[in-house]
Ligand binder design. Structure first.
Ligand SMILES: Cc1ncc(C[n+]2csc(CCOP(=O)(O)OP(=O)(O)O)c2C)c(N)n1
Ligand SMILES: [Mg+2]
Length: 428
């Protein structure tokens, strides 16, 4: 054809389809993973321009070294009491996860999601934020509520969708909503919390308030359009918000390569938007604390948003509906070079002479008993399969301020056809 160049010598075009490095049965070697030594990343002034520290999006802010010492400019210099409180909140989060996972296997709830190995990401951030800073989490930051001392019986009531459930069984288990703890309703629709957090932060600034927002999403969720529109708004209006990307390397069964991890870091997403970007060792509670504290100071002093990638590893299944042995090597967890966040903070406290194995074992025992007792209390309000826990008519409440006529009609019809226990047959 005229005008079309002769391309016979060109190679055929090829599509690149990412493939995870290790599949079930493969032996795992993370030896070539670039992990900078603790203490090597510089700490810019909180009012430094975002384009003056692009390197921080490619390295890793790390405080705890292999011997459990806190080193370098990011050491937040917390008191032993604060460190112990943080350790306890992380251990409680894990104990809570264990108990609720078991409750799901016992048929007491339909669904649960653990955050094993990622406890530092939520707990250390909660410690670095003010208690009334507004959090817009994903489903894997239960550690925020626990670190804010929210009643775990209340959390369990939601998981059991029982009589004590403040959400009246209208949300999937674990999708908490706690206004009193400045904890925004979790949504199952990935990344919707990002533009919501940015919008909330913009409103806080527009009103001349002093509270900032923080939000979390997984690395897989950065592929959502919502992530990118949130970054644009945050950058343009310099919204007082901290945007956390929890890179646990898996999005159910698809690995981080499908969200772009083969080409660059998730922290580097910040650079294109002119946002401050940090890449942090997510299994190092002190690094997470220091990065959050620094980002919060930027937000509070009108320096604008910060995007923090927390490099971590999802140690267990995506949820109780998942079986990771079907798609990844079982050795990944044990070979993961950044270790376990609880073990690392424990090691640090022991190195300081402020903790020991006996006290740790006693704490674990006490926390296991504590969550067991809480579960018993919550279970008195009902569990899955034990009939209706909320009056059926509440099904129609809480969405519209005034129930529209067509829903009112449906409610009346339902009440005429079902008894109070939800069985067919009109109420007496
Ligand atoms: C918009 C949307 N797409 C897909 C899903 C199904 N889904 C639920 S969780 C998930 C994986 C998310 O992975 P990631 O963002 O890495 O978070 P992680 O679970 O690892 O914490 C997917 C695909 C969903 N809930 N919402
Ligand atoms: Mg993930």
């Amino acid at each position: 054809m005229e005008g079309v160049p002769d391309r016979r010598n060109l190679p055929p075009l090829r599509l690149h389809v990412p493939e995870p490095r290790f599949r079930p049965g493969d032996s795992v070697d993370f030896g070539d993973l670039a992990i900078p030594a603790a203490g090597t990343a510089p700490r810019p002034a909180a009012d430094a321009a975002p384009d003056s520290f692009h390197d921080l999006a490619y390295t890793m802010v790390r405080v705890l070294d292999d011997n459990g010492q806190a080193v370098g400019p990011w050491d937040p210099r917390l008191t032993p009491d604060r460190l112990r409180a943080m350790l306890r909140a992380m251990a409680l989060t894990r104990a809570f996860d264990e108990r609720m996972f078991r409750a799901q296997r016992q048929g007491k709830t339909s669904f649960y999601m653990k955050c094993t190995g990622e406890e530092a990401v939520a707990v250390a951030a909660a410690f670095a934020l003010q208690p009334d800073d507004m959090c817009f989490p994903s489903y894997r930051q239960q550690g925020l509520l626990i670190a804010r001392d929210w009643d775990i019986v209340d959390m369990m009531n939601q998981i059991y969708s029982n009589r004590g459930d403040r959400l009246q069984g209208k949300q999937l288990p674990i999708m908490y909503s706690v206004r009193e703890a400045s904890f925004f309703s979790i949504s199952g629709n990935l990344t919707t919390q990002y533009p919501q957090a940015v919008g909330w932060a913009m409103a806080s600034a527009a009103k001349g308030d002093t509270r900032i927002a923080a939000t979390w999403c997984g690395e897989g969720s950065t592929a959502e359009g919502d992530f990118h529109s949130a970054c644009t708004f945050a950058s343009v209006y310099r919204a007082p918000v901290i945007m956390n990307v929890v890179n646990n390397q898996w999005a159910i069964s698809s690995f981080s390569g499908f969200a772009g991890a083969e080409s660059t870091t998730f922290a580097a997403r910040a650079i294109g938007y002119g946002i401050a970007g940090l890449r942090v060792d997510g299994n190092d509670a002190l690094a997470v604390y220091a990065a959050t504290e620094w980002a919060a100071e930027r937000a509070r002093t009108n320096q604008g948003p910060t995007l923090i990638e927390h490099f971590t590893y999802r140690a267990e299944g995506h949820s109780t509906s998942d079986d990771p042995s079907a798609y990844r090597s079982a050795d990944e967890r044990s070979e993961w070079p950044l270790g376990d966040p609880i073990a690392r903070l424990k090691q640090h406290l022991i190195a300081l002479g402020e903790w020991d194995d006996e006290r740790h074992a006693a704490m674990d025992l006490e926390l296991a008993e504590y969550v067991k007792a809480a579960a018993r209390t919550a279970e008195k309000n009902g569990v899955l399969g034990h009939g209706m826990h909320q009056p059926m008519e509440t099904l129609f409440e809480g969405v519209f301020e005034e129930i529209p006529w067509h829903l009112e009609e449906q409610r009346a019809q339902m009440l005429s056809e079902y008894d109070v226990a939800g069985r067919p047959g009109a109420r007496k």
